[in-house]
Design a binder for this molecule. Sequence first.
Ligand SMILES: N[C@@H](CCC(=O)N[C@@H](CS)C(=O)NCC(=O)O)C(=O)O
Length: 209
Amino acid sequence: MADFTFFTNPMSRGQIVRWALHEVGADYATELVDWEAKPAGFLEANPMGKVPTLVHHDGDHIHVVTECPAICHYLAETHAAADLLPRQHEKADYYRLMFFAAGPVEQAVTSRAMGWSVEDPQKEGMLGFGNYDRAIDTFETLLSGRDYVCGDRFTMADVYVGSQVDWGISFGSIPTRKVFEDYANRLRERPAYKEAKAIDMKLIAEKQG
Ligand SMILES: N[C@@H](CCC(=O)N[C@@H](CS)C(=O)NCC(=O)O)C(=O)O
């Protein structure tokens, strides 16, 4: 049995985790999840019924990890030799950007995609992302003047943060500013990114016949 069972659908955030699996060279088996017929074993592992879901067969233990940023970091932890964990002086940037992308950026992008906005500016104080422009402008500032989240070294944070940028500019939910485009282009050159995308694109093409 492979070390990891990876529940995914090729047209989903599962693409982020497949990239992470390839960055660390994980031994994994893919279980495809059909939205209309979710397998019982999958729902048992993740009652939310969401992909990606990762099951780690760790000796006598079975660990289930969900939520893309948590899975990415877990893979960096379980494959320390890949050297994608933050070093001492990289930790602040690593955690800050990872959580900023998972919280405020994801909320901002979702609100834009759904056409939600808060008319009363005073209510923005209650929203973790404030408003769309505030979150995206801050995201741009935090990524400026550096090649990667932690400076000049690629870490696992770039898989998650970079995926938010890559998807956002591809689908138009994040503006195509130079900082975002340069960062996404840098990441798209990574061999693990290309390997993982090729697998998901092939699965999508097969599905579409
Ligand atoms: N917070 C989750 C979001 C996962 C998520 O929303 N996955 C979507 C696909 S991108 C899904 O499984 N949708 C199917 C459903 O909700 O039934 C994460 O970061 O992994």
